[in-house]
Design a binder for this molecule. Sequence first.
Ligand SMILES: [Zn+2]
Ligand SMILES: [Zn+2]
Length: 326
Amino acid sequence: MDMTLADPQTGTGDRAPKPIMAGARRPAAHAAVYAFVLVPLLALAAAVPLAWGWGLTWTDVALTAAMYTMTCLGVTVGFHRYFTHGAFKAGRIMRITLAVAGTLAVQGPILHWVADHRRHHAFSDREGDPHSPWAYGTSPAALARGFWHAHLGWVLDPKLTNQERFAPDLLADRDMRLVHRLFGPLTMVTLAVPALVGGLVTWSWWGAVTAFFWAGLVRVALLHHVTWSVNSVCHIWGDRPFASRDRSANFWPLAILSMGESWHNLHHADPTSARHGVRRGEIDVSARLIWVFEKLGWVHSVRWPTPERLARLAASAPATGGTPPA
Ligand SMILES: [Zn+2]
Ligand SMILES: [Zn+2]
């Protein structure tokens, strides 16, 4: 067990967020985290066979998958890798497309999203981080409270991140200010489109209702929880093969649903990298889409990780691997 307080990048404890140990979590805390993540999802999954045939059809399933994929990639490729971290460059049409696709995920207007997330990287797991599960300490009770805060509680905080400090580039862009202001109307669109398509395909009002429910509401909620899990789960447990100054971890069970974002340890170790799943078998759908865009000539100057850089980041990781730097 690594009990050192040293910051792995500076070799000193000066910049460590809190003088806390990286000791093992107790079973109660483990159980609480599992319960928060799994119980609502299991309840939703249990509703699927109950509703099948009368309140859920293949049309709903296809629409849900399509809307989920499009809006998830809008967030991961657009809001996150492009707008927040500049992992590649794009022209105006692609820029607006990505901004709109991300907005359709209903995770807040783009300026708020990007400013919050840049603040997260600036202070990850320290004072100032908008959503660290370690904000209240390491005891089971503190971690349960921290999990809630990191997952959803922070969203309910009415205070806003300073956009002039954290997103001046987007503030200076007329297109982005417009997409930001259109958050309300685009939220209507993201819920109305599945209802409209479902209604037209089945030529029934009921088809519109079930498509609205599954491909509208359930899809938005599922993506919310997957995205929030990157903030909560991926800062609590998983593998830490690369050196980062926080408790970010690679959590493989969410790799597909998060489209590569749950390879979160590499992301904090190398935030501008266009690829987060860098090791063998680490599926990263978002990186694959960026690769396709690059081949089509729609984006350029992509920051792909090099083997040398990855070797350097891995070499300075804590020797204990699974033990987070305190
Ligand atoms: Zn993070
Ligand atoms: Zn990030």
